[in-house]
Design a protein around this ligand. Structure first.
Ligand SMILES: Nc1ncnc2c1ncn2[C@@H]1O[C@H](COP(=O)(O)OP(=O)(O)OP(=O)(O)O)[C@@H](O)[C@H]1O
Ligand SMILES: O=P(O)(O)OC[C@@]1(O)O[C@H](CO)[C@@H](O)[C@@H]1O
Length: 307
């Protein structure tokens, strides 16, 4: 079974405008609400790709109810810990360029934290746990590690999609999969990455450090995949980008969906890139039909065996 965990879910309020002017009254041309947060996006895409899963995390208030209702309508199992405050609202402004304002998130008590750890304690060997997104400010920075250690003791495969210190600490626990973008990969090694050669150097370094699978996304410029037996580069399909929110999360879901269905690593990587681009080319997250339409538009090159 696949479980996703979103410590800081969000209602994503997407506001479209022809133009945005600071300090003035701006009127939207279109608005929409979506259940959001990285793990929740992974859950939604997994379900669309035909993979049942359960969503964990902390949720609260009227915004939390909106999320659980939306997920239940999509037949995603929800096993959230209910907190006292309101789940945050993240604003996604789409004018000539995209601007995001992410909220802080509610207070999470020690008791709430323990309830989430108890859920992780109940996972079984061979399960997958996707830990994704930022921590609400009230959670200690090492909470990711506490969750990872709990899961690893149970023989659970842990996937980590976060950034900054939380990602850095997670690497030490040898996760099954991480998916940094180019900037996040640089952040991990306290450097700025500018070339494919540098991506290969640092991607391989993560494998040497014990991460099993690494996907490095480069938005419209392709993606790399690293495993102890191979380094692959994929082109991305061409299309009109409508929405980059959730594209990275869709890559995680695409890889996992193909992997648990027994596809080879190369095919799982192809599926991952197709899912990322299918979301980028959609208003909401990708659909299975759209992902499968893009599979043949991706060229994968083997960069030589990992030595
Ligand atoms: N211009 C584009 N053309 C085609 N595909 C794209 C484009 N931009 C993004 N994508 C798809 O989205 C994937 C993820 O993009 P990106 O590297 O921006 O990830 P990310 O930074 O984790 O995204 P986010 O945090 O916005 O979800 C890419 O690997 C690709 O499949
Ligand atoms: O603040 P975080 O947890 O880093 O990111 C949250 C978020 O921006 O990520 C998702 C897209 O990846 C959105 O649904 C959500 O609003």
């Amino acid at each position: 079974m696949i479980y996703t965990c979103t410590l800081n879910p969000s209602v994503d309020y997407v506001v479209e405008l022809t133009d945005f002017h600071f300090g003035e009254l701006n009127r939207a041309t279109k608005t929409a609400f979506f259940p959001g947060g990285k793990g929740i996006n992974v859950s939604r895409v997994l379900k669309r790709l035909g993979v049942d899963n359960t969503a964990f995390g902390f949720i609260g208030g009227f915004t939390g109810n909106f999320i659980t209702d939306a997920l239940k309508k999509e037949q995603i199992h929800c096993d959230f810990v209910e907190v006292d405050g309101d789940t945050r609202i993240n604003i996604k402004l789409k004018a000539s360029i995209e601007t995001e304002i992410n909220g802080q998130g509610p207070l999470v008590s020690d008791k709430d934290q323990q309830q989430l750890i108890d859920r992780i304690e109940r996972l079984q060997e061979g399960d997958f746990l996707v830990l994704a997104g930022s921590l609400p400010p009230s959670l200690p920075a090492h909470f990711y590690i506490t969750m990872m250690e709990t899961a690893k003791k149970k023989g659970v495969h842990v996937v980590v999609d976060t950034s900054g210190d939380a990602l850095k600490q997670a690497i030490a626990n040898k996760p099954f999969l991480v998916k940094p973008n180019q900037f996040e990969l640089g952040e991990l090694f306290e450097t700025t990455i500018r070339s494919h050669e540098e991506i290969i150097t640092y991607g391989k370094k993560l494998i040497e450090d014990g991460v099993e699978h690494v996907i490095v996304s480069l938005a419209g410029d392709g993606a790399f995949f690293f495993h102890k037996d191979m380094t692959l580069f994929a082109t991305v399909p061409k299309g009109v980008v409508k929405n980059s929110v959730g594209a990275g999360d869709s890559m995680v879901a695409g890889f996992l969906a193909a992997y648990v269905n027994g596809k080879s690593l190369e095919e799982a990587f192809r599926y991952s890139v197709a899912a990322g681009s299918a979301t980028a080319f959609s208003e909401d997250l990708c659909t299975k039909v759209k992902v499968e339409q893009l599979l043949n538009e991706i060229t994968i090159t083997r960069m030589g065996d990992f030595a």
